[in-house]
Ligand binder design. Structure first.
Ligand code: AMP
Length: 429
């Protein structure tokens, strides 16, 4: 029950506005502790409801202190300026997140919640002009959501005053480290007031993340969302062994044959994403690509079109796809397996959001068998292999069904003459 977490009437209204009835495990654990002002380290993937877990307590705490300062009422910034002076809003909560898409999604939640208290939230991120963001900042902001590069830029230009930050949220800390954002993040964090509350969210707790935690947080309380509550368990998973060169045909045939209506496809590179999109177009399958070489308006257009259902397929690379929050994605297809096993978990977490079922299909070429093993070791299960009925497979490697996640060597399956198959097999290695 949201009623038992210590949230006030404004926040409970925001929860209703967002259509949530029961808190997710991360919300249940994080909200009461964050409301007490504790530093938190939460190990939670996107899709677990972590955004509300940090936005609700952050805005409530800022608002409570406003109310204390001014008595009843909800004047902006608690009238911390002298009577008669117009109240100047200061950035008192700062959320740093790795990608623009995540920044926009968090901003959407933050604005919905802020509306109930009369507070203001906005987002700054790269890929768009400075003008509108500067205008928003000048109007005054209580909670700022930002990607590291743009945030540092604005700070260095002198357009941003972070000297009033009381709450810092580091979202997807592991991803920010992976993407090489840490030097920027550290510079920003070092410029903040030292007396502040820190909330850190990370999908994985690598040694580097733990080092960062040690350097940034004071006696944090650690929260782990139980593995059984992770989206992975709710996703039906399958591996489709296929020769690298047949992946495109297999995808097109799968999309033509089966009732896959809202499909997120992951490729290893931007180039492969674009190429695949062109092939889909030629096959009259409505699709769009989203990756970091595309401009922000192009990315937004692709994402909005996918959300509206104009596109049946969204082809993405890992970096931008992380955290994409689109309802009712029926299938995630790993056109290429990710080289990092954790990315598999993030990818398939895009389907089966908030308890709804979903399917993840992974195409696996011979050269990807080690990636599959790593993934199976990480998730602790062996993913069953399937074939698309009627598809004209050439030679490929099918991992044996009784394999353990560690050992069993792959079984060579081929079509055509044995000799030709083994020639093709050795070429593909
Ligand atoms: P997040 O992990 O914050 O990206 O949230 C994942 C998805 O779950 C979003 O679509 C949220 O709107 C949704 N969500 C978050 N909390 C709840 C909740 N308590 N009940 C239902 N849906 C939720």
């Amino acid at each position: 029950m949201f009623d038992n977490l210590g949230l006030d009437a404004h926040m409970l209204k925001a929860v209703r506005d967002m259509g949530y009835t029961e808190p997710t495990p991360i919300q249940e654990q994080a909200i009461p502790l964050a409301l007490e002002g504790k530093d938190l380290v939460a190990c939670a993937q996107t899709g677990t409801g972590k955004t509300a877990a940090f936005i609700l307590p952050s805005l409530q705490r800022l608002n409570e202190r406003d109310v204390t300062a001014t008595g009843p009422g909800r004047e902006p910034n608690g009238g911390r300026t002298s009577p008669g002076q117009p109240a100047k809003r200061q950035i008192r909560a700062l959320v740093i997140t790795p990608t623009r898409e995540l920044a926009l999604q968090i901003d959407e939640v933050a604005r919905t919640v802020a509306r109930t208290t009369g507070q203001r939230a906005t987002a700054v991120h790269g890929g768009v002009g400075y003008g509108p963001q500067l205008a928003q900042l000048r109007r005054g902001v209580d909670l700022l959501v930002a990607t590291p590069g743009r945030l540092l830029d604005l700070q260095l230009r002198g357009d941003l005053d972070l000297s009033h930050v009381e709450i810092l949220v580091l979202d997807e800390a592991d991803r920010m480290l992976d993407m090489g954002f840490w030097p920027d993040v550290r510079r920003i964090v070092n410029s903040l007031p030292t007396k502040r509350q820190n909330l850190l969210f990370s999908a994985t707790m690598t040694p580097t993340v733990l080092r960062v935690i040690g350097a940034t947080l004071t006696n944090p309380v650690t929260i782990n969302v139980a593995p059984s509550a992770t989206p992975v368990d709710e996703v039906e998973q399958a591996v489709y062994p296929v020769h690298q060169e047949q992946k495109t045909d297999l995808l097109v045939e799968l999309l033509n044959k089966r009732d896959l209506n809202r499909v997120l496809v992951f490729t290893r590179t931007k180039h492969r994403a674009d190429r695949l999109c062109r092939v889909l177009e030629r096959s009259r399958i409505r699709g769009a690509a989203i990756h970091s070489n595309r401009s922000q308006p192009q990315r937004q257009q692709a994402l909005d079109g996918f959300k509206r259902g104009d596109y049946r397929v969204l082809v993405a690379t890992d970096i931008v796809a992380r955290g994409i929050d689109v309802d009712r994605i029926s299938h995630v297809i790993n056109f290429d397996l990710p080289s990092k096993a954790e990315d598999y978990v993030h990818r398939i977490g895009r389907t089966a959001r908030a308890g709804a079922g979903g399917t993840a299909i992974s195409f696996m070429a011979a050269e990807e068998i080690n990636s599959l093993r790593d993934i199976e070791r990480l998730i602790g299960t062996v993913i069953p292999c399937h074939d698309l009925e009627g598809f004209d497979y050439v030679q490929r490697v099918v991992p044996s069904p009784e394999r353990t996640a560690k050992r069993t060597p792959p079984r060579l399956v081929y079509a055509g003459s044995k000799k030709a198959a083994s020639r093709r097999y050795s070429r593909s290695r």
